[in-house]
Design a protein around this ligand. Sequence first.
Ligand code: FE2
Length: 374
Amino acid sequence: MRKVAVSTLTPGMFVERAGEGSFSSPNRVYRWMLTEPEDIAAIAADGYGEVWVDESRSLPDIVNLSPELARSVGVYVQTLGYIRRFMDSVRGGGQVQWPEVGPIVDQVVGDVLAGEKRLKSLAKLRRYDEYTYSHCVNVGVFSVVFGRSMGASPEELTLLCAAGLLHDAGKARIPLEILNKPGKLSDPEMAQMRRHAELGQEVLGLSPEIPEGVVRAASEHHERYDGSGYPLGRRAGQIATISTIISLCDVYDAMTSNRVYQSGRTPHEVLAKMYGWKGKDFHPELVLRFIRCMGIYPEGTVIRLSDGRVAVIRANNPKNLLGPTVAALQLDNGVWRRQEVIDLSVQAGLTIKSVEDSEALGVDGLGFLAEDGS
Ligand SMILES: [Fe+2]
């Protein structure tokens, strides 16, 4: 946590709180990521000159990034800001304005097509805002990445992205005390929370120009392959493919997330669990494709090699998921630096020993990705 002058705040920073706990400067918890200049103006209008910024939940500072990664950070920030605005508007009785969704979707799809690793890694490596909002952005990003890996057309990618961004629109109709409850939900609360699937269909159905596939994904993303899901208990052939894709991205992001009552599992653990649910929760072929697309060890994951060195996955090898290219690191005066790049698929005797906790080690996996644009 770092104290920052309000005059130097920029979109992408996660503001935790402000104030000194005194009469003239009372404490105030913000706990949100700045997405537009107006957010900064609002903090200044509250009368604070300095705030505490949580760097572990902020997007990387674009000053130190390549132009490509800086652009992806900008796309993420704008998309998050859009999700927050539409959820607030629906909560206040408004409806989703389809013409506003288009430019956001185009930006996300365009950025993934220009180099999917960047936005995908941003979505994977940290949690930037209230779960509900960043989850929607992440599912939007993953659905484009996954769709692309299956050869979806540009029109299909647009549809998938919109479905991912809007899949939890019904949560805007769930009381905030249930939505943001810091702990496990009781049975009646859970029953109410589950209504977000039907409510999503209702909310999106108010805007006739929203494509049917997007509405179906909102209503069906908790249905499961064997009929054990909700709200209708539909099974395999009755669930639209778009809903199945969104459900894979949804479960993956939800399970890897740090929540108040759950610390996120590693992507590796989650993919292994999802594999175990094939034929039960998920279409067997689709879950395999999903794992292949996300990579057993997703890019940016911090790992330990069998020779004891810490390394970061730079690029997956589709032909050999256990043999990605990694950047081996060394600690140099408290700063992690790249020592060498190793292709594990051709390096006999060197293997991945374990997945490490990047935060505990202080390694920013994103900084060591290959910048080859794919
Ligand atoms: Fe959901």
